[in-house]
Design a protein around this ligand. Structure first.
Ligand code: KG4
Ligand code: ZN
Length: 355
C-alpha cells in the first residue's frame, strides 16, 4: 500500500516471531540500533525440530516481556515511536499471527504506521544497515540465504525488487545439517554440533555425493546427500557408531556441502553478473552462515570472480528483529505502509513483493 509516510517520524519497533526466535528491536530513523533482544526457544530440542504450536505459545508468552525490555533499554514510551513492524511471512502461521497482532495493537493504539515485513526481504536488506559493513551497500547485490528453512540465491535489486536465481528443490541446507546431526545422535539444532564434531574427523574419509554439482543454474538439492549419510550410518548396528567414524562422517558431509555451495555460488555469480555487470558483492545470511568451512569456501569463490564477500555479524545472520525494523525503515522511506487488514502469509515468496 502506498501511504503518506515518506519519512520515518521516530524510532521503529520491529518484531520477529516467524519461526523459533522471539525477538524485538528498536532502531532510530537513521538505522542506529537503540535496543535489541533475541530469545531462542529451546523447548523444541526434545522433539528434534520446531513444533509450531509450542513456538506460537512461546511467542505469546515472551513477546510482551521482550518488547518491554527493549523499550526500557531505549528509554522510550510507545508514544515516542514512529512506526511498528513485524515479520508477516513466510513462516509458521501461529507465530506470525502473534507478532503481527501485537504490532498492529501498538500501531492502532498510538496511531502509528504498521509495516508488514517479508522475513526473506529482511534477511536480504540486512547488509544495508548503516555501519554494518565497511562500505555502504548499494543495489544490486547477490544474496545467498542459507538457513534451516530457506536456501536460495537472490539478486537484490531494490526495496521490494528481488529476483530469485535459484533455490533448493528439496531440503534447506540447515535442514540437512539438522537431519545429519540427528542421524549422528547429536543434539538439535544439528548445525553447530556437526561442525564441532567435523573438526575431529577426516573430510576425505567417505565419498559422499555432491548433488547438482556442475549442473546449469544455481538450484540446490540436499536430500540425496542426507540419504547417503543415513545409509552409511545404517551399516553400523544401532548405537555402535565409533566416535572417530562419526567425526569422519560429519567432516565428509560438511565437505560435500561446502563443495556444493561453492559450485552453486559460482553459478549464481555468473547468472547475477549477466543481469548486473556492475554488481560486485556477494552477501550471505541465515544461521548456516555461521559455519566456518562454508564461509571460507564462499569467500574463495567470491574472490575468484572478483566479488567482495560480506557476512553480517552472526547475531544478525540468524533470525532477529533488527532486520525487521531496518526493512520497515527502508519501506517507510519509500512511502510503503500496510493496512490493519494485512493478513500474515505462511508462504510469501520474495517475487510477490514487486506486485
Ligand atoms: O537462520 P536460522 O537461525 O533460523 C532459521 O532457520 O530461520 O538458521 C538455523 C539453522 C539451523 O538449521 C542450524 O542447524 C543451522 O542454521 N546452523 C548451522 C551452524 N549454526 C547454525 N549449520 C551449520 N554450521 C553451523 N555452524
Ligand atoms: Zn530467517
Amino acid at each position: 500500500m502506498q501511504g503518506a509516510y515518506t519519512q520515518v517520524k521516530g524510532p521503529v519497533l520491529g518484531l520477529e516471531s516467524s519461526c523459533d526466535e522471539t525477538a524485538a528491536a528498536i532502531l532510530a530513523p537513521d538505522g542506529q540500533i537503540l535496543a535489541e533482544t533475541v530469545l531462542s526457544q529451546t523447548a523444541h530440542a526434545a522433539f528434534g525440530g520446531v513444533v509450531p504450536e509450542i513456538a506460537a505459545r512461546a511467542h505469546l508468552a515472551h513477546l510482551p516481556g521482550l518488547v518491554a525490555r527493549v523499550m526500557a533499554e531505549a528509554g522510550l514510551n510507545f508514544a515516542d515511536l514512529g512506526a511498528v513492524a513485524a515479520s508477516a511471512g513466510p513462516g509458521l502461521i501461529g507465530g506470525l499471527i502473534v507478532g503481527s497482532g501485537f504490532a498492529k495493537g501498538v500501531a492502532l493504539a498510538r496511531g502509528l504506521p504498521f509495516v508488514a515485513v517479508n522475513h526473506l526481504e529482511a534477511h536480504a536488506l540486512t547488509p544495508r544497515l548503516p555501519g554494518l559493513l565497511p562500505q555502504p551497500v548499494a543495489f544490486p547485490y547477490l544474496l545467498l540465504l542459507m538457513s534451516g528453512g530457506h536456501c536460495q540465491c537472490v539478486a537484490v535489486e531494490g526495496v521490494g525488487r528481488h529476483r530469485r536465481l535459484g533455490g533448493t528443490i528439496d531440503d534447506a541446507v540447515g535442514e540437512a545439517f539438522d537431519k545429519v546431526g540427528k542421524l549422528l545422535g547429536l543434539g538439535w539444532p544439528g548445525g553447530p554440533a556437526v561442525e564441532a564434531l567435523a573438526r575431529e574427523g577426516q573430510a576425505d574419509a567417505f565419498a559422499l555425493p555432491r548433488p547438482l554439482l556442475g549442473r546449469a543454474g544455481c538450484d540446490f538439492s540436499f536430500s540425496g546427500l542426507k540419504t547417503a549419510v543415513a545409509q552409511l550410518i545404517g551399516k553400523f548396528p544401532a548405537g555402535s557408531l565409533p566416535r572417530q567414524t562419526a567425526a569422519d562422517i560429519a567432516a565428509s558431509f560438511q565437505r560435500a556441502v561446502a563443495d556444493v555451495m561453492a559450485d552453486r555460488a559460482s553459478h549464481a555469480i555468473a547468472m547475477f553478473r549477466a543481469l548486473h555487470p556492475e554488481g560486485r558483492l556477494l552477501v550471505v545470511a541465515g544461521g548456516v552462515a555461521a559455519n566456518t568451512l562454508l564461509r571460507t569456501a564462499l569467500q574463495t569463490v567470491a574472490e575468484r570472480h572478483g566479488f567482495t564477500f560480506a557476512a553480517p555479524p552472526l547475531r544478525l545472520c540468524g533470525d532477529n528483529a533488527v532486520m525487521v525494523a531496518w526493512t520497515a525503515i527502508e519501506r517507510l522511506r519509500l512511502g510503503l505502509v500496510d493496512g490493519m487488514d494485512h493478513a500474515p502469509r505462511p508462504r510469501w515468496p520474495l517475487e510477490a513483493l514487486a506486485a
